[in-house]
Ligand binder design. Structure first.
Ligand SMILES: C[S@@+](CC[C@H](N)C(=O)[O-])C[C@H]1O[C@@H](n2cnc3c(N)ncnc32)[C@H](O)[C@@H]1O
Length: 226
């Protein structure tokens, strides 16, 4: 697949909170990459959601897809294997070094998924796979609005997160740095306020070694049927 030079530069937001996330993931990046490499092979429901997302993006004409908070790039590569023109962005420079080493044919950038350097409507798809979870809950709306801004009409958004099991949004002791479990309706509501229309959702029970139920939300911007 031809690699497009991205018409943007990603600049890491410099806030103490984001610096702390980057530092925490820099520290565990090598171990995280080892633990998660190939993990999707044992998760058919997750692969099904990713395949549905990819088909929707391809059917809508394809185009650039950002893996926001890509970590070591395993999802970016999976999206590429599903026929998408995917690239990855992450706050953690060590994660991005690992991603570039593992997938030299793909584009990865150190930066914030707030995507300050991307033109409005530039993307056809965004995947945020467990990357919104570390944000303080009041900040999530502005990130969703940023995703909406850089997605073209008819673009798709896929969110993966820990679901709260019926309770309100709540912090928990994530192994890397504080994260939050979200009620799926709350995240869907915030995405709706940011200008997204829900295409579908999935809850799956924890697999062996997992603590919490998982939520996946597939959304699209207005403009085309999903
Ligand atoms: C739980 S890991 C998930 C990594 C990858 N999506 C995966 O599933 O393998 C969360 C990642 O999101 C990144 N991240 C968190 N907040 C971010 C932000 N505001 N901008 C860019 N990356 C962020 C972290 O650095 C970390 O690599």
């Amino acid at each position: 697949m031809t690699r497009e030079v991205l018409p943007c530069s990603f600049v890491a937001d410099s806030s103490p909170h984001l610096d702390a996330i980057a530092d925490a993931y820099d520290t565990v990046a090598v171990r995280y990459a080892e633990l998660t490499r190939g993990a999707l092979d044992a998760l058919p429901l997750d692969r099904a959601v990713l395949a549905a997302f990819a088909e929707l993006v391809r059917t809508a004409g394809g185009g650039l897809v950002a893996d926001m908070g890509c970590g070591p790039g395993r999802l970016t590569a999976h999206l590429r294997d599903l026929g998408l023109e995917a690239f990855g962005v992450d706050l953690s420079p060590v994660m991005i070094d690992l991603a570039r080493a593992a997938y030299p044919d793909l584009r990865f950038e150190v930066g914030s998924m707030h995507a300050p350097g991307l033109a409005d409507g530039r993307l056809r798809g965004i995947v945020s796979w467990y990357s919104l979870i570390h944000l303080p809950p009041p900040e999530v709306s502005s990130y969703l609005a940023g995703f909406r801004r850089v997605l073209a009409p008819g673009g798709h958004l896929l969110l993966a997160f820990f679901e709260s099991g019926g309770g309100p949004v709540a912090a928990f002791d994530h192994k890397v740095t504080t994260a939050h479990r979200w009620p799926i309706d709350d995240l869907a509501g915030l995405a709706g306020e940011a200008g997204f229309v829900e295409v579908g959702r999935m809850l799956r029970e924890p697999c062996e070694g997992e603590r919490f139920r998982r939520g996946r939300l597939l959304m699209r911007t207005g403009g085309h049927p999903g």
